[in-house]
Design a binder for this molecule. Structure first.
Ligand code: 2BA
Length: 109
């Protein structure tokens, strides 16, 4: 068995989950926070047979879209009297960041 861990934008999570369910895949959504932007995103866990991995990856690719966002970097340490004018920079987020892991054992009790 494989565990597909997919970090997606919160706005894409519901559509992704709906499509996974419609196509017979089981999944779990965890509300998570990105370390860089410190904003909410969603982590979707999908347990799947190895033969289903490509199909699941295709569903994720089709359901999740990349976006750009302006971010203000944290100010550097400034000397007294220095003026720091923050200049927002553009970052590209997603569509999805995906990790495929081998599952050593799985059980339901
Ligand atoms: P965040 O950490 O909030 O990152 C959001 C976006 O900010 C990233 O998009 C990337 O474009 C940019 N970014 C991240 N770290 C950066 C840095 N040190 N310098 C400049 N720009 C930076 P994505 O790469 O699409 O990542 C989206 C979310 O996926 C991340 O949200 C994080 O929650 C997760 N993620 C991405 N790579 C990961 C990894 N290797 N391990 C664990 N989680 C990861």
């Amino acid at each position: 068995m494989k565990l597909i861990v997919s970090i997606v934008h919160s706005d894409d999570a519901d559509a992704l989950i709906r499509t996974l369910q419609d196509k017979g895949h089981r999944c779990t959504k965890i509300s998570t926070t990105g370390g860089f932007l410190r904003e909410g995103n969603a982590t979707i866990l999908i347990g799947a047979d190895p033969a289903q991995v490509d199909t699941v990856l295709e569903i994720i690719r089709d359901s999740c879209h990349s976006r750009t966002q302006m971010v203000s970097p944290l100010p550097p340490v400034a000397e007294a009297g220095e003026l720091y004018v923050p200049r927002p920079v553009e970052v590209q987020i997603g569509g999805a960041t995906v990790f495929v892991l081998d599952v050593e054992q799985s059980a339901k009790f």
